[in-house]
Write a protein that binds this ligand. Structure first.
Ligand SMILES: Nc1ncnc2c1ncn2[C@@H]1O[C@H](COP(=O)(O)OP(=O)(O)OP(=O)(O)O)[C@@H](O)[C@H]1O
Ligand SMILES: [Mg+2]
Length: 311
């Protein structure tokens, strides 16, 4: 359903050109839950915004395609994209979106506004109540103001609003940041239920691999604006191949281990990238070739691909 092809997003900055995404590919099938993970600043939100056509200056999509059922939505006129795609075919729950409600209107009013603006055919009151019920909230919540809801309730209400027009594709960018662990897990279960009941495809973005491990079908690992590795969830979690993925998986705390492994060092400055593999300064397996030539993604096992000179 979604095919992201060689997308590049650069930001102009006083430090020079920040190459936030530099040739990224990603596919999402109908009804699939795809995880996108990587540490802070690697470009996850930039990719989400790019797919949603929400990159603002000083940022720019300088190359690539975002195909939705075969149509490159980056080439559409803004008006056509707004009328046919945004909300109707895809919507986004973004980082901190639970604070995206306007404080002075009730939750129900704000959901009904979305229905009204986008010309929902049907009873708007009933639809609002159904949407709240779908995200396991008491429909009576519609008469409450945002500050009268807990963080988790607000996030659920925001997901309800994002699904108002029944889009087949949802982007959830760190949908559970700032929530407690129990609430985080319950939101993950909600996303899983929405996929099961409505067949909705989800791009689930997180820096917390442990949180998404139970619900994703496939995972992409982003590092410094490029894909390091991708594969099925079990391939990535059980048989990570790229040294960066191995480091990420090893840094997931378990109940048994007392010592948490980490990845030493920092991601390179995206305005001043080293030649060769962008991970080599931190890589325990670094070789001479890594410092000079950038590895391309290649098949390493079954459907698992990684960009690493070890393979
Ligand atoms: N307006 C901007 N101007 C310059 N650089 C920017 C701008 N917005 C983002 N960037 C840079 O683009 C890179 C990717 O940022 P992005 O927000 O996509 O990261 P992220 O992976 O979502 O991180 P996090 O996990 O912290 O949300 C970062 O290095 C960031 O500094
Ligand atoms: Mg982000």
């Amino acid at each position: 359903m979604i095919n992201v092809k060689d997308v590049k997003v650069y930001f102009r900055s006083p430090r020079g050109q920040v190459k936030a995404l530099d040739g990224v590919n990603l596919d999402i099938g109908k009804g699939e839950i795809v995880g996108l993970a990587g540490e802070s600043g690697c470009g996850k939100s930039t990719l989400a915004l790019g797919i949603s056509r929400l990159i603002l200056p000083p940022g720019k999509i300088v190359a690539g395609e975002v195909n939705f059922d075969g149509t490159d939505i980056l080439k559409l006129e803004e008006r056509e994209f707004r009328e046919k795609y945004r909300w109707k075919k895809m919507s986004m729950v973004f980082q901190g979106s639970m604070n995206g409600f306007t404080p002075v209107f009730t939750i129900g009013y704000q959901i009904r506004e979305v229905l009204k603006i986008h010309g929902y055919n049907g009873d708007h009151n009933q639809r609002t109540r159904d949407l709240l019920q779908m995200v396991e909230l008491d429909p009576e919540i519609e008469s409450r103001f945002p500050h009268e809801l807990s963080g988790g309730q607000k996030q659920r209400a925001f997901i309800a609003m994002a699904l108002a027009l029944d889009p087949p594709f949802l982007i959830a960018d760190e949908p559970t940041t700032a929530l407690d662990v129990v609430t985080q897990v319950s939101i993950m279960n909600l996303l899983k239920k929405l996929r099961k009941e409505k067949g909705i495809a989800i791009l689930l973005i997180t820096h917390d691999l442990a949180l998404i491990s139970e619900i994703v079908d496939r995972v992409y690992i982003l590092y410094a604006g490029r894909m390091a590795e991708s594969g099925t969830a079990s391939d990535i979690f059980i048989n990570p191949q790229h040294p960066y993925t191995k480091g990420l998986i090893a840094s997931i705390p378990t109940l048994k281990s007392t010592k948490i492994a980490g990845i030493e060092g920092f991601m390179p400055d995206l305005a001043n990238l080293p030649p060769g593999c962008k991970f080599y300064p931190r890589c325990p397996y670094v070789m001479e070739v890594c410092k000079k030539d950038e590895p391309q993604l290649r098949n390493v096992r079954n459907d698992q691909v990684a960009a690493c000179w070890l393979y």
